[in-house]
Each structure stands twice: as C-alpha cells, then as structure tokens.
Write a protein that binds this ligand. Sequence first.
Ligand SMILES: [Zn+2]
Length: 482
Amino acid sequence: MSCQENSSHVRVSRFAHLFVNVTAVAAVACALAGIGPLGWAQEIEPGPPPNLASDRHSDTKIAEAIRQVSADHIRQTIEKLVSFNNRSTLSAQDEDSIKAGRGIGAVREWIKAEFERYSKDCGGCLEVKTDAFTEQPAERIPKPTEITNVYAVLKGVDPKQAERIVLVTGHYDSRNAENSNITDPAPGANDDASGTAVSLECARVLSKSRFPATIIFLAVAGEEQGLNGSKHFAQMAKQQGWNLEAVLNDDIVGGDLGPGQDAGVVRVFSEGLPTAATDAEIRRIRMLGGESDSKSRELARYIADVGRSYDTGVKPLLIFRLDRFLRGGDHYSFNQQGFSAVRFTDYREDYNHQHQNVRTENGIEYGDLPKFVDFDYVARVARLNAAALASLATAPAAPASVKMVTKELDNNTTLTWEASVGAAAYEVLWRSTSAPDWEYVQTIGTGTRATLKVSKDNVIFAVRAVDAAGHRSLPVVPEPER
Ligand SMILES: [Zn+2]
C-alpha cells in the first residue's frame, strides 16, 4: 500500500493528530517516514484542524430543485386557504358544507385534492392519505370532534433506505379571538396558511425528483385546540415504529410585514433537554454536559449547515429553546414521542396579526390577513425546508451505536460506530463545549473507528456518514462506553 493510494489516508497523515483503524496502517507508516504522501511535513502534535465545519457543500440537483419554489404559487395557496373564511377545527365538515366550500371539512378536501394534483403531475408518485380520529371534549373542544390530518408520502426509491422518513408539517386550522367563533373571519394567512403552503410547496417541488429515503408532507388540524392533530399523528408514528428521523414544523413563516421584521432570517427553535428523556437519561446528560445536544438540536444545526450550503435567501437563526414564551407548536407533539423536531417561525411576530378578530381600531388594523404576508419570504423559507428535506432524504443513514471509549484516563479520544447504509466515508465533528455549532470536521475514510489527539474532556464530538457524492447524514453524539 503506497501513501498515495487513498485520499483519506492523505488527509489523515497530513494531520497526524488523527489515526484511523484500517487507514491507520498506511497513515502511520507515512507519518513515521516523516514525509506525508504529498510531501507535507508531518505534525506529531495536534496541528490545525483539517476543515471548518462551516464549509459549504451543496448538490446541484438539490439547488436546482429548490429554484422551482414559486412565491406566486405560495401566494395562491395562502389566498385559497384564507378564502374558506374560518378554518376552525370546530367548524363544519358535513357533506353540504364541504360542497358549499365552507368549514374545515372543505379545507381538508381542498388540501387532499391539491396533493393529488401534484401526484398526477409526477405519474402518481405521491400516496395521499388521511389520519382521522374523534377527539373527545376538552378545554377548547366542546363536543366530540373529528380531526383529520392530510398527508402525502413520497416513497424512497432505495429499498434499503425507504424506511427512513423525514417530514415537513404546517397546521391548516385557524382561529380568531374566540376559540368558539366558527363564523366570523379567521383568515390565518400567516398562522398557519404560510406553514401549510410551505408543506404543499415542498411536495409540489420535491415530487419532481426521487430520493433514496421517504419524505412526508403533512398538514394537521386541531393545533389551536391543543396540538391535537399532530399529537395523534406523532403517536401513530411511534406506535407503528416509524423510523422518523426529522420533523420540520413551519408555523408562522409568513414574514409579517410589520415593523422590526428581518426578511433575511427565520428562527429555528429546538428543544435542549429532550422532552421524552427518562430520569436516567437526564442524569447522563447532566454528567456529560449534553444539555445542548438533543437530537432536535442536531437537526437544527443540520438546518444551519443547509442554510450555509444553499442559496435560499433566508438565514436560519438557531434559537436554543423549545418555543416562544406563552406559545407552543406541533413540533412539541413529535418531541413528546422522542422524535427530532424543530419549529420555523418569522424573525419577528406582530401580535395584532395573530388570533385577532379582523377590525380597525384607532387606525390600527387587526387580523391575520394576506396583505401582511411577504410571499417572497415564505418562498425563501420553503426553499430552506426543501433543501433540508432533500439533503436528509439523499444522505446515508446516520451512523448507529456511536460510542466513545472511556476505559481509562486518556487525553486522546477514540470513537467507534456501526457502518451506515449508503456511506462512502465518515466524518468526525467537534466543537468547544461552549461553542453553539460544530467547529471542525475530520474525514475518516470507510473505517468505523477513529482516534483523535483531541481531549474528550474539552470538546463535544459527533460522527456523521457521508455518501460518495458528499451528502451528509445527521450527526450523532457518542455515548461513553467503558
Ligand atoms: Zn400556529
């Protein structure tokens, strides 16, 4: 084996602070010779990290797909949803009302028809489904009420990867100032026709391509009554053992045109301590300093990486918090079931335009009207969502059983993991314990074990899988193993 045989050896031996099992033989041999494979001098002590984790890596096919997102089409979707007047989950859903285009039943049927229309355009590539159930009376549900989630499945084309699922969702129900008011306007243009439009637009655009893993485009109801639709859906996913890797919840992504808005930024909320963590898991998180490394937080960092890699026009601003004060959202339903889920929301909200009766008082306009929505902004957020979904659905599965060897006191760090389907290489990421996002990345060839001359006491590590074209999986933080 010569020093030139494998490019990963080259990188390894250039930065001699890293050794890899299989590649290590060649790499160490080259290092011992004192001259690197391409003539670089070897560094015995930890040298500068080989790559910054913030480097861009994009795929031209994904870049092309997200260019198809249309602000005009999004505007049409939002205006159509608003045209139903009031989309309260408590509103009518009998046959006559549906025929007359009134009430939540008519909205649900329109969304279904829209998904079916996209499916027709892609040769039937989408499976359009509903998840309907009867919710029993609760604080904001006066009588037994049928709630229907509508979704479209773009099945993965790789039999080995199709079980992996990524999902985008928005809630199609709306409300005005009164929970029980099902007749006066509740336009909900921003909250959350905008998020529903993102889910639909991702379906329209991404259904023109095929991906190894499965993508689900979801629109839920009952959000305003207590996240009822998403709760039922997430429980179904859990009970049926879905391999649901990521949930993107878009709720209030209309880029409200009020003062203080930043149309170049979208907030991405993610939980720190996992909602579903057991007491034992919380104890371990405390011991390891893992408070900022929930699976949802890694998903948020992944989205930040996608935001750097593609020209979406909007920058994800990671908020290390489950949600805003006094508010909740459908991502929480998925977090409760142990799934990774984040929330996208405008940089700045205008509360005069949320859950308000439409009116003008003292010259101030109240109500969640389409005229306050920035359709170009929604399109940017849709591009970011679509790029994240496409990246995740194209990438290999994240490595499983990622462990950090802690058998003895050691200033180096050894990581092990299981091979991922579709992986051509692995990367170890790390960051200072006080840094918000990954700082450094080291490529590790095809091996499933690496030793780095970086102390595990001082940084947080993760491992991700990379395919031959450079698509990255979600990173996985190792569990200590004695
Ligand atoms: Zn909402």
